[in-house]
Design a protein around this ligand. Sequence first.
Ligand SMILES: [Zn+2]
Length: 368
Amino acid sequence: MRISGRTILVTGGAGLIGSHLADALVALGCRVKVLDSLESYTHPAGISEWIPKEVEFLSGNILDREALEIALRDVDLVFHQAAFTGFHPEAAPYLEMNAIGTARIFDVVAEKRFPVQKIVLASSLSVYGEGKYKCEYPAMRSLERLKRHEWEPICTVCAQSLQWQPTDEESSKAPFTPYAVSKYAAEMLALSMGKRLGIPTVALRYAVTYGPRQSVFNPYSTVITTFATLLVNGRSPVLYEDGRQRRDWTFVEDIVQANLLVMKDERSDYRSFNVGTGEATTVREVAELLANAIGCSVEPIARGEFRSGDIRNLVLDISGLRSLGFEPRVSLEAGIRRFVGWFRTLGKVEQHYSILEEHMRRTGELLS
Ligand SMILES: [Zn+2]
């Protein structure tokens, strides 16, 4: 599918990934429309200052049929990035925005017979739950074991610590938070509705994404913003468990690269792909890289606190996307340096800090 010169809708286009995608599309000579509801937990100042001036910005919610009709009119291609990712004690808001909102995009395209030619949507690594290990897929870790600080999942057959493996797309799906369930539902809905309507659709299961423009007000975006806020205020990042949980942190430009690649390549049609670096990094290593980049000698603290429902290790196998020619370009070290360079330009870090402290006080959660 050709991208340059086309009319393209980016939902959630004021967010971290959406806004970088909008930039890339403008650079490719596209006419770009952005639909974003500018939720206050990620955009407290309202309209985002990084929406390129060439973009047609539409303020609205994907649950709103009329807003969608205006946004989808005359559009060739859709990058669906809008999602509810904040913290909410109830489950329904995640299902509403992420699952029903995704279904509504397809409903409006079908009802209005809009000639949309391809849809790429954002899914998440969370669909896998704990992911793949040798021997077997682990159950959620028990509260009793976590209280004894036994962090690694245990094999029910040989009673040893299970060894993690990269999680490929065929791995068992075990979404266990409302957010994860809503993203998996969105993905399944989109792929099946796309097939029914004959609109090639691709789902991208993103690893932990970070980069400039990350919301520093959303404590659930990634530990990177929280740790950076603490470090520049001379405070130690506090790590859950022993800080040796493994994840795959991926710089936003590599996520954008993957979006453009699958949009172009018809071998991706009606499939789901992992997007990440394929590299395992512990939370502790991330805290240390950040402290280095900030130039701060504060050591992270790990006192064995934990959250039930957290996963231990999840690193994505990206060979599926590699077979289409994808290769991550930004190392974690370089990405964190670029993130810190941007973070320093924000100023007002004391304000972010007080918002995070308030969150910590209210929820009793650590900031990671
Ligand atoms: Zn075993």
